[in-house]
Design a protein around this ligand. Sequence first.
Ligand SMILES: Cc1cc2nc3c(=O)[nH]c(=O)nc-3n(C[C@H](O)[C@H](O)[C@H](O)COP(=O)(O)OP(=O)(O)OC[C@H]3O[C@@H](n4cnc5c(N)ncnc54)[C@H](O)[C@@H]3O)c2cc1C
Length: 582
Amino acid sequence: MTKLVVNYSSNRYQYSMAIEPDSFDAIVIGSGISGGWAAKELCEKGLKTLVLERGRNVEHIKDYPTAHMPPWEFEYRGRMSKEFYDKNPLISKAAGFGADTAHFFVEDDEHPYVQEKPFDWIRGYQVGGKSLTWGRACQRWSDYEFKAPHKYGYGIEWPITYEEIAPWYSHVEKFVGVCGNKDGIEAMPDGEFLPPFDFSCVEQHMSDRIKEHYPDRYLVQGRWAQLSEPQEIHSEQGRGKCQSRNLCMRGCPFGGYFSSVSSTLPWAKKTGNLTIRPFSVVHSILYDEETGKASGVKVIDTNTQQEIIFKARIIFVNASALNTNLILLNSRSQRFPNGLGNDNGLMGKYICFHLYRGFSSGKIEGFKDKYVYGKNPTEPILANYRNLKEQEMDYVGGFTTFCGAHRAREDKLTESDVQIGADFKHAISEPGDWHMYMYMQGETIPKKTNCVYLSTEKKDQWGIPLLVTDVGYDENDDKMVADFLEQSKEMLEKIGCTEINVGDNKQPPGLDIHEMGGVRMGKNPKDSLLNEWNQLYLCKNVFVTDGACMTSTGNQSPSILYMALTARAAQYAADQFKKGKL
Ligand SMILES: Cc1cc2nc3c(=O)[nH]c(=O)nc-3n(C[C@H](O)[C@H](O)[C@H](O)COP(=O)(O)OP(=O)(O)OC[C@H]3O[C@@H](n4cnc5c(N)ncnc54)[C@H](O)[C@@H]3O)c2cc1C
């Protein structure tokens, strides 16, 4: 066994370690939401697992520098400088981005890509990936979502059903801790829930009025990866009850929400089987023509620029959807000149995303004697009510609607009435009218023309080709947005709102941060790349279980499904490994 000694350091992280290139059973590329789950499951099953992460290390609690900072300690009260905004127009638009979270997002010019059409690619390159900053919405997909694309002719058939993935949703929900109510809604199946966060009085009013006017529409409490009432399994992870601070995206020192840094990675570490290697950009996966399998991965150490090869019998690719496409497309060999397992030429195609363009809001009179205590970190969800049992609209797919209500500042505080001193302090301490909002999360059609590919001219600082994104909207999206706007306006009217405002923000795809596809699962290797166990059809020891594997987008938040798919695939991989089949 060869022994390669690697020394690397940076101002943030310093150590040296000995790597034995062929001493790992499994390699996981990426340490975010899905990579963390792969690591946990593989390590628990006794496999020596190496997690390769391109970014810096992030340790739970220690590396949350803003977790306890009050607004006045930020130089610009939580905003960034004008210079920063001028230099970073893209990342500044991301949900939750601010001075308190900026250290968990990639700046615009750090990691370039080529936009054939406008596409906002939001990334977090560090141990934990985007699990540190995600919104934490965790609804299950319904059977309708798995079946509709094929049934109504806008996609291929999923190789798995809701019934097959349901136990894995349960497995993941129990460990992650998902709050919510068992509401018995077909469009959004129930899970293993901790108690929900309460509606505010106005959200309860919204829910009641919607039920009264629409027998098939259900506004329910948020299903969120939030520990409302920690169970033993969460205490074992060292995580505690959510304090309702709603400062999650800074990293939670209480472990109140799920991230791979607070949960799956430390759990994997406890097994003694985990090695995490930050500052390690995976360049490509290596293919062995003799065995017909992947033999390892080529990594570039971002501190030393050294190329290193790590070997293992199983490789999980969890670099997040588009980076997974990039790595696989860049994994070229004599056998696979167009990317690993890409004989059908479909890798990088059928990229899809969630439609977030429509929003609405309104003011509601009354309830002025009521307020809320604590900051609810969840949002009520209006389950999809379109194209469920039949194809009834002039567009395909459905949409989930996130909603909420809050009290604005005292009405007297208007721009024409600028106050200073004691008057100002008094005015901002008084809550004003209640307002409501709704915004959509819609399904999009996986289309061959929406694709990513490697630039033939431009490379990054490590000589890896840049990714080109060629992804756009279509007529189906426009029709769905129009329907959402009409319906949400009508609902706000029926709830009793005034001053209703609806709009299409026309934001580019990508800003939804739910990009999916490119290496899709399917029943037939002619039109898909992965089988029902998330194995590359043509290279069985490579598993893809992040958003790249998605056959269609559904209308529910996707990450809990990535976790369930990952856990399921990891169990299969470990079994096959033990039987000597991988
Ligand atoms: C503000 C925000 C709100 C969101 N809200 C929700 C929500 O409410 N619900 C929901 O379901 N989802 C939500 N998401 C999306 C969610 O974060 C992603 O779906 C999820 O993180 C994807 O998991 P992943 O493991 O595929 O990728 P990530 O969590 O992004 O992890 C990928 C990791 O791979 C690493 N990596 C990339 N390339 C390489 C390489 N070449 N070599 C080595 N390492 C590499 C990255 O640095 C990263 O650490 C939100 C995201 C954001 C940012």
